[in-house]
Design a protein around this ligand. Structure first.
Ligand SMILES: [Fe+2]
Ligand SMILES: [Fe+2]
Length: 296
């Protein structure tokens, strides 16, 4: 089956051995400036085409082909009702952990560790407690996998749909397979939008960022919501590819996205405290901002 109304595709929907493979690839593209030294030159890091795994390339081929405006609209209708499941946040974390562990027993950082590394680095730098919470929950949207969603509709760099795709999006060549490029409504610079209309009026490709934003939008301060919603929008926060859609307010808020992003990508503390030690703090933090159960 191959239509814009359904998720099912005839192609292999799991080109990545696990979801972290996409994040590892982002790290290759945007290496930690602090880790670039004489041994590893910038060009070596940037030599992305040569080092990428075939799985990542295949992942982007199907992501760019199937993330159409109609596909995103259908997914928003399906998931933003939040009528699928209700559970305590801790159950959702347990699910996320299992998600990665099942597919790759060798992975050295399970999802919970990644989330804690991110949130603890934010806490150590004395940022507001809601930002620590954002660190903890920013990948909660990966629970989309609970409902059988394919990898290319859960992770990956995000980008606007409904207007021309920027060539600054990773593997932009693959957009030639996306039917929207032949649709006159969508294939101009602005498409269905107006100049500087603001990202809240722009539909983004579907994935864990948009999903967690809607899950949290009544509970977290606005800068935190921007962090959640746009943390994978690399073509904008790294390359300014969509300034024509951004409002002044978006630019202000993207300072927060840029503040958050290095914590997501580069937090790897080998002396991380154990979950048992950290648990009381995080239980209080979650209780301060979030309801006892979350809807999925
Ligand atoms: Fe993420
Ligand atoms: Fe992350």
């Amino acid at each position: 089956m191959n239509n814009t109304k359904g998720t099912a595709v005839s192609e292999n929907a799991t080109p990545l051995s696990n979801l972290d493979e996409w994040e590892d690839d982002v790290l290759r593209r945007y290496p930690d400036p602090a880790s670039i030294n004489e041994d590893k030159k910038v060009e070596e890091f940037r030599n992305y085409e040569e080092t990428e795994k075939d799985g990542v390339k295949e992942f982007y081929r199907i992501n760019h082909k199937f993330q159409t405006y109609d596909f995103v609209t259908q997914k928003r209708d399906e998931f933003l009702k939040f009528d699928k499941k209700e559970m305590p946040i801790w159950d959702a974390f347990a699910f996320l952990n299992q998600l990665v562990d099942d597919s790759d027993p060798d992975t050295d950082l399970d999802q919970m560790q990644h989330l804690l590394q991110t949130s603890e680095a934010i806490r150590n730098d004395k940022h507001p407690d809601w930002m620590v919470l954002v660190g903890l929950i920013h990948d909660m949207g990966k629970t989309l996998c609970l409902f059988g969603e394919p990898q290319w509709a859960v992770v990956g760099d995000t980008f606007p749909v409904g207007c021309a795709f920027s060539d600054k999006v990773v593997y932009s060549d693959f957009f030639k397979h996306n039917p929207d490029i032949n649709d006159k409504r969508f294939n101009t610079e602005l498409g269905i939008y107006s100049r500087h209309c603001g990202l809240d009026n722009v539909t983004m490709s579907w994935g864990h960022d948009e999903y967690v934003y809607h899950m949290m939008k009544d509970h977290i301060p606005e800068p935190g919501l921007y962090m959640l919603r746009y943390h994978s929008f690399y073509s904008q926060h790294r390359e300014q590819a969509y300034n024509h859609l951004m409002s002044e307010h978006d630019h202000e808020m993207f300072k927060w996205v840029s503040l958050f992003n290095p914590y997501d990508l580069y937090s790897k503390n080998p002396n991380q405290k154990s979950w048992e030690e950290l648990k009381p703090y995080y239980e209080d933090l979650v209780a301060k901002y979030l309801p006892a159960t979350l809807k999925f």
